[in-house]
Ligand binder design. Structure first.
Ligand SMILES: Nc1ncnc2c1ncn2[C@@H]1O[C@H](COP(=O)(O)OP(=O)(O)O)[C@@H](O)[C@H]1O
Ligand SMILES: [Mg+2]
Length: 313
């Protein structure tokens, strides 16, 4: 995962996983991707034990904390489970990390499967399920962007394939004088990068639903509601979380996704759903579990850890 100092203890799903694991009697260890090394074909990691806590503090607030112990070298295959929780970007170091971890994929449980992580782009993966998606074009051609936006009625969003937390997501209106500049920003002036152009979903004003799945089964959901002056609903861009249910239609969609997710070893996944349409399948470090747990009064992280325990056996 990323350095412990980057963890927002009150919000991060990774911290909730650590708390849940500790509560169930497990010892957690922390490592960065670059702490891996391969010695004569054996995958090792320089890793420090990490102690985590959440204690009631004054006035109903919580006192969260963590402490790293002394780092030492260990064989990765000796751990009962490895959770990969590194935030994007999906760069060369990330790709190498998946290849290194792949060497022990038959010796320990890895969530998510390194092969699945490497194969699945969070934006493109949804294209396996176009039936559930808004109208979408992936292209590196500025001219195709213009044609597509006019074809679908003049309103769209454009996003980079490697973005997260709302970064680089623009509204695209056919009559906007900034149209070409926005397209250039995303895919390059002469089309040097792929980008995703998607029908604008008016339901985005209501919110972007995050549905967390474990092993293809819905765990829970939250709705992220965009701030008044903002098009993006990501919590990172000022969106606020609200309680929400998973609809019957969404359950049907999940049932269709599940076999593929399982085949790809994508065990812990966050779907983004706007107005019933699938826009993204988050696999690298999906979040939302703490907000979900507060709204529903359910310890969802404990459920994930239960699954990890069963599976690791
Ligand atoms: N097709 C769309 N129509 C309207 N708004 C969208 C659409 N796609 C994305 N958005 C808005 O942009 C935000 C980020 O989009 P998303 O595709 O989930 O990328 P990211 O990886 O940055 O989260 C969403 O929360 C939503 O508010
Ligand atoms: Mg998203």
């Amino acid at each position: 995962m990323d350095p412990m100092t980057t963890v927002a203890t009150a919000k991060d799903t990774t911290f909730a996983f650590m708390l849940a694991a500790a509560a169930r009697g497990h010892q957690c260890f922390h490592a960065l991707p670059l702490d891996l090394d391969v010695n004569q074909g054996q995958l090792e990691v320089r890793t420090a034990p990490v102690e985590v806590w959440r204690r009631p503090a004054r006035e109903g607030a919580m006192d969260d904390g963590w402490k790293l112990g002394e780092p030492a070298r260990a064989r990765v295959a000796d751990f009962d489970a490895v959770m990969i929780r590194k935030d994007p970007p999906f760069d060369a170091a990330y790709a190498y990390m998946t290849q290194l971890l792949e060497t022990v994929r038959d010796e320990t449980l890895i969530v998510n499967d390194p092969r699945g992580l490497r194969d699945a782009n969070e934006k493109l993966y949804a294209l396996h399920f176009t039936r559930w998606m808004p109208r979408t074009l992936v292209t590196a051609s500025p001219r195709r962007v213009r044609e597509f936006v006019e074809e679908i009625g003049g309103r769209a969003v454009i996003k980079p394939l490697d973005g997260m937390a709302g970064a680089g997501v623009f509204l695209l209106n056919a009559d906007d004088r900034n149209f070409n500049a926005i397209v250039e920003t995303t895919i390059g002036e002469h089309g040097s990068r792929f980008g995703m152009v998607q029908e604008f979903l008016p339901a985005a004003r209501v919110g972007d639903k995050r549905i967390l799945l474990i092993d293809g089964e819905p765990l829970g959901a939250i709705l992220r509601v965009p701030a008044d002056h903002e098009a993006r609903a990501n919590l990172h861009t000022g969106g606020t979380a609200a309680k929400v249910e998973i609809t019957a239609d969404e359950r049907r969609m999940i049932a269709e996704l599940a076999p593929r997710l399982r085949a790809d070893g994508l065990w812990f996944v966050g779907l983004d759903v706007i107005g019933g349409k699938l826009t993204e399948v988050n696999v690298t470090s999906p979040t939302g579990i703490q907000q979900m747990a507060r709204f529903d009064g359910v310890d969802y992280a404990a459920r994930v850890m239960e699954w990890v325990e069963r599976r690791a056996k």
